[in-house]
Design a protein around this ligand. Sequence first.
Ligand code: CO
Ligand code: ZN
Length: 332
Amino acid sequence: MDLALLEKLTQTYGPSGYEDAIRAVIGSAIEAVADETRVDPLGSLIGYRRGQGGAHDGKRVILAAHMDEIGLIITHVEEKGFLRFTSIGGVRAAHCIGTRATFANGITGPIYVERRDDASKLPELQHLYLDIGCADRASCPVRVGDTATFVGPLMQRGSRLISKALDDRIGCYVLIEVMRRLDNSAHDVYFAFTTQEEITLSGARTAAYRIEPDIAISVDVTATGDVPKALPMEVSLGQGPAVKVKDGGMIAHPHVRDRLVEAAERAGAPYQMEVLLGGTTDAAAMQLVRSGVPSGCLSIPCRYVHSPSEMVDQGDVEHAIEVLLSLLRETL
Ligand code: CO
Ligand code: ZN
């Protein structure tokens, strides 16, 4: 894997609505391999690869991965300089305590929790605060509405990768690699690096409206059932990418699901079938634009989703790339 690229992707700042920096990183990575690129009004970056003609009927295909990451947004600054915040996307208090958050300008501090009379209950975000070392409110350089993201460097342990924001920079990585390796596809492929997935799916929704695709596929992370006392789920790290059947927001279109399964089998890649109880992806929004778009999702199994230490397996990432390449080589 190109771990230097993945490090840049995961470590670049980009909470929902503030994707400029990560868009620039992805833009320079795809510049040489796109026939055209453009930026949508809501900030999504679209890299286009023209179909090569050939034996099959070409379709308009979107592959979407979201650029944004979860984060925090400051709600008020206390007299003594402590920062109170709410979430951008699905941030849980239990994942925050003792971790660090960083602002776009690099100011960083620990997140901690107030002492509570009943410490047996899980705290809520309103009990947490961010301490960037200010003496008081007057000298605090942070204002209401400023945003921050988790600190979580990329580390490698054998085949496993650990970092913040693997949701969904690992999907962005997969799309970039597919763009780099794609040859002779009959299909017009739109690689959509979308904005604001973690809050409203609005980047994917508007990108799909403009592109009018025949088929839409998101590439995003999914949960696993292979950790202590996990919800029962037949997805494990290292057993291959997962072909989504259903999640909290959609049922994958059977046609798209079956093409993904066939692509995996043609490629000789391991794969899993995914039924996810909660959460959804850009595909849920893309299927609903105009008169409807058959949509599906290829998922990268990921432990500890929405924490500063998300974990994926390099084999699953590589096989996801192979499955998508195999998919784009055949009739859709
Ligand atoms: Co997410
Ligand atoms: Zn995601």
